[in-house]
Ligand binder design. Structure first.
Ligand code: DQA
Length: 144
């Protein structure tokens, strides 16, 4: 089965506890469980990882080369600051989907720009945690 890397950045380990009025009540485990189940339906093997550390995320993106066929990433706050995550994604060959649970364009100005969007094949923002499933379906379409 084709492998998909599902990456979540800083503070997303606190999903469900963290500002639920913005990010909802689902936990990261809930998100991973529903993406894994959808992956089985779509014939995709979803591997989920979360880190609060930029360099760790860069390492995982590099390791995905030649192993995963696509990446779904919510870089969280690093979206707005990290050239190193953009550079790592630029070396990855397959489709990249960027997900934001909240609509970053409706929030503070500093959230409006994402470095990762310059590489992403699709950007989903403001659909809550449903955005992860949409991203997975889109990757399936792009791979077909
Ligand atoms: C986020 C939006 C970012 O601005 C924020 O720093 C996050 C989560 C989202 O999913 O809406 O941590 O990426």
């Amino acid at each position: 089965m084709d492998k998909i890397l599902l990456l979540n950045g800083p503070n997303l380990n606190l999903l469900g506890q963290r500002q639920p009025e913005i990010y909802g009540s689902e936990t990261l485990d809930d998100v991973v469980a529903s993406c894994t189940a959808l992956g089985v339906e779509l014939g995709l093997d979803v591997h989920a990882r979360q880190s609060n550390h930029e360099g760790v995320l860069v390492d995982w993106i590099q390791e995905a080369r030649g192993v995963a066929v696509g990446i779904i990433i919510n870089p969280a706050a690093l979206s707005h600051t990290s050239v190193s995550i953009l550079d790592a994604l630029n070396v990855f060959e397959g489709p990249v989907m960027e997900v934001h649970i909240s609509n970053i364009h409706k929030r503070e100005r500093f959230r409006h720009h994402s470095y990762v969007s310059g590489r992403a094949d699709g950007v989903i923002a403001g659909f809550g945690t449903d955005g992860y499933g949409f991203a997975l379906r889109r990757i399936k379409t792009l791979l077909a």
